[in-house]
Design a protein around this ligand. Sequence first.
Ligand SMILES: [Mn+2]
Length: 381
Amino acid sequence: MRFFRRRSSPLKVALAVVIFLFILQKDAGNRDPGEEPWLKNMVQGRGQVLDMMLGAVHNLRDSMPKLQIRAPAPQDAAPPAHPAAALPRRCIDQKFKRCPPLPTTSVVIVFHNEAWSTLLRTVYSVLHSSPALLLREVILVDDASTDEYLKEELDRYVEQLQIVRVVRQRERKGLITARLLGASVATGDVLTFLDAHCECFHGWLEPLLSRIAEEPTAVVSPDIATIDLNTFEFSRPVQNGKQHSRGNFDWSLTFGWELVPARERQRRKDETFPIKSPTFAGGLFAISRSYFQHIGSYDDQMEIWGGENVEMSFRVWQCGGQVEIVPCSVVGHVFRSKSPHSFPKGTQVISRNLVRLAEVWMDAYKHIFYRRNQQAAQLCR
Ligand SMILES: [Mn+2]
């Protein structure tokens, strides 16, 4: 008894019983079980006893802590993948209504005599922060730059970047036709337009593409962070309690910023919710390529610069789309203190662009604009 009291672990007990049964079996084999009925009963029961003992050993093993988590038992009838399936496997395309796959994008960057450093900084920040699966290409559109380094030298440089290419507009026609040229060679599902002096923040692209996947008529801008003109310091966005701004316009059709008004703040369910914006700044935005074509793209008769962002905003809203700012997406932009644009035919082209905007999209409201802008009023006669 002392033996059992001191070392009576379950495994020891099991071992003792198994030895006992082994002896019993040997004995039973030597005798004729028919002679002694008590022995016959025991021999018949030994199989049951053995099963009981094995069960006890299994229970013991199952009570040990598990070192691995196994896959849940499959609930559907899908056959298991063959173990010798070739690599790489084909992607499994899960299609849920609430979780649409993200579209690919072409990033279109127009430049005119942009500094080498800011242009390449924009390009590298796109390459470093965009998932390769989503980034189809980066298209640099030269709006007839005259700086030498932006010619063959740039071509040679971007060749090594493989998915970056340069297309050139030989005559200076401006932002709109340059963007249209870029869009005409783009192959991605979404067109993402960026200025040539931006810096994309990590994770900037997916929220824009995700919103377009969810709502293909949404024309989305990132939250634009300021890069200091002189120090190139990047002001990181504030995470909590940020007062967002959105775009508006006045009756001279000038774009401006305003704080998101109370009604729109109430409509938004949380801080990630897209902000509806009457107009957008127009330098940085993403739009479904097919929706861009559906709404007639840009007004290709607008020249150089000016008014095209308000025109695009009016176009989108009046064609049933929506202009939105997606706060989860952050892109830095160098805001300059004076216009970098040269106007080969004078600044009158801005008024001319605005007349086109007013005539197409404003119906009788255009007269309010003409009262404000005499030059435009004369141009439309
Ligand atoms: Mn800019």
